[in-house]
Design a protein around this ligand. Structure first.
Ligand code: NA7
Length: 541
């Protein structure tokens, strides 16, 4: 017998309890006074940091600004142990936030939202969960994350594999013991690059299957001591202001420097200096046109290739690891601890699956066109159906029963990455068409949550029950995103930014590459002009 649907009426349903969902709940409930509830598929809060428990998982933005800024008390009471903390510490932080703001009583865990349908006659969403619950809510706020729908490639034979296999984004809570095991790791994105040295240190043998070589920059991770914390805490407001006024949510002044202003020797010296500093400063601190000028990019890309050749002893392996098919930064640039040096170990093998692709998984391992690799464990570090995957796994139907899947058949279309025409009262935190994954995520998340919350406050003050992006505003925004992207080097790479990692996915540049400053300005103008490009109305009118 089908489970009896429980009916529940809320003001806002928030989907997901990661960085975005937790703050959205705090804002909707404690600031606006709405009856809001979070539905979360996992059995704990934390989103990305709940699921990604693979060895070596840590953030790539420095801890003191990879966190919330909305509460000065929270800021003052929390201290990170290191520059780039590991996943358990970040998960601990998000659990602390859930407790500190008493969020748990309005978070329903282990509950996957399966569908949401808009009722035009009442301006209400009808949301269903896989537990058979039905909820009506004026607003649905998607906080499903940009990188949460795990991508396990459809390789023939996986079901016959006699060993164990895991996807890094669905890692077992009890961990995996690689001692004495022959491990195969597929994928060399940020995840594979973080996991490789840690797995190599434990396993009997590690085989890394590389489809695309990646440019990775040393993290130069280090502990943060009491003195550094005292200093950070006194400067927190200034750090936050800089962060919010920056292009990508980092508290560094953008460089105005051009490669042409420097001699080749000076260019090299600058790259050396940034390499020694490590982390994303290497990306943001070199040249202003790094991501738009191929000649400038070549200088930096060649520098990284040179470093790989310096670190990796075997010249053949070094050449395999040196990326040549896309500009530096056109794919999400990884940050590592000892990645390239790991390939100097006798118990680590690099396999080029671009040259000889994987044909099948056999009961004993992985077979490529060049031969079979016997393995006890396979780790898929193969990424995510990014930006759209998690939302499209929910059956979302807007006006006239149109499904979001149909609407986004040719790639995602949004107005400001915040709303979709035909889907009133549905807000997408860090949705496609917003800066999102091209920024330090907590900054983009806070900006979106605050914009959405101000918008709902405005609607309530005016007695309005519906807000909907207008098709022409959406069209113009999509054109603008494409136009900005076309002037960058991002489009020169087959990346997950364009959906290239998912077979059959329409290739469209999904995040907004114009930067947070321009974007934030546009969002503020739209709000202060009375929500230009949106139609607001009332079910009773
Ligand atoms: P990414 O960056 O999407 O990396 C996935 C890796 O897996 C990448 O090297 C892919 O090669 C490889 N891949 C994907 N599918 C396959 C198949 N079918 N066969 C072989 N290799 C494959 O995901 P991550 O988890 O590393 O990082 C995601 C984000 O999380 C990261 O950017 C940060 O924002 C945090 P490809 O490059 O597509 O040739």
């Amino acid at each position: 017998m089908a489970p009896q649907a429980e009916l529940r009426a809320l003001d806002a349903v928030i989907i997901g309890a990661g960085f975005a969902g937790l703050y959205a709940l705090h804002r909707m409930r404690d600031v606006l006074g709405l009856d809001a509830r979070v539905y979360e598929a996992g059995d704990g809060v934390g989103g990305t940091w709940y699921w990604n428990r693979y060895p070596g998982a840590r953030c790539d933005s420095e801890s003191f600004y990879y966190c919330y800024s909305f509460s000065e008390e929270l800021e003052q009471e929390w201290e990170w142990t290191s520059k780039y903390p590991e996943q358990p510490e970040i998960l601990g932080y998000l659990n602390h936030v859930a407790d500190r703001f008493d969020l748990r009583r309005d978070i329903q865990l282990s509950t996957r939202v399966t569908s949401a349908e808009f009722d035009e006659s009442a301006d209400l969403w009808r949301v269903r969960t896989e537990r058979g619950e039905e909820i009506s809510a004026r607003y649905v706020i998607s906080a499903v994350g940009c990188l949460s729908a795990a991508n396990v490639p459809d390789v023939p034979g996986l079901d016959r594999f006699e060993g164990d296999w895991y996807h890094t984004g669905r890692w077992p809570h009890e961990g995996v013991d690689f001692t004495g095991k022959r491990v195969g790791l597929i994928g060399t994105g940020s995840t594979g690059i973080q996991a490789t040295p840690v797995i190599a240190a434990q396993a009997d043998h590690l085989t890394v299957f590389q489809r695309t070589a990646n440019y990775s920059i040393p993290a130069r991770n280090k502990p943060l001591d009491a003195e550094e914390w005292a200093e950070i805490k006194t400067r927190y407001r200034e750090i936050r202001e800089r962060t919010r006024a920056s292009r990508a949510g980092f508290p560094y002044a953008p460089t105005e420097r051009s490669a042409e202003d420097l001699t080749p020797a000076e260019q090299q010296a600058l790259c050396e200096e940034l390499w020694a500093e490590g982390g994303f400063r290497f990306l943001w601190g070199s040249f202003h046109d790094l991501l738009s000028n191929e000649q400038t990019n070549d200088i930096v890309a060649e520098f990284v290739r040179g470093k790989i050749r310096e670190v990796v002893h075997d010249p053949e392996v070094a050449e395999m690891l040196a990326p040549k098919d896309h500009p530096y930064g056109s794919k999400r640039p990884p940050i590592d601890t000892d990645y390239y040096a790991t390939f100097n170990r006798d118990d680590v093998t690099l396999v080029d699956i671009r040259r000889a692709p994987i044909v099948e998984i056999t009961p004993r391992g992985v077979r490529t066109e060049a031969g079979e690799h016997e393995l006890d464990v396979i780790v898929f570090a193969t990424g995510f159906d990014a930006m759209t995957g998690a939302l499209l796994r929910i059956d979302i139907r807007g006006r006239d029963g149109q499904s979001l899947t149909e609407k986004w058949h040719g790639g995602p279309r949004t107005y400001l990455g915040l709303q979709v025409a035909g889907f009133p009262n549905l807000f997408t935190i860090t949705g496609p068409g917003s800066p999102s994954v091209l920024t330090n995520m907590p900054v983009a998340i806070e900006q979106h949550v605050e914009w959405i919350s101000d918008c709902i406050e405005h609607m309530r003050a005016k007695g309005l029950t519906r807000i909907e992006a207008q098709p022409d505003a959406e069209e113009a925004w999509v054109d603008h995103v494409n136009d900005v992207a076309s002037k960058t080097l991002f489009i020169k790479a087959a990346s997950w930014y364009v959906g290239a990692n998912i077979p059959g996915k329409k290739r469209v540049f999904m995040p907004y590459p114009g930067g947070l400053i321009e974007y934030g300005k546009r969002c503020n103008e739209v709000a202060s002009s009375g929500y230009e490009g949106f139609e607001l109305g009332s079910a009773n009118a």
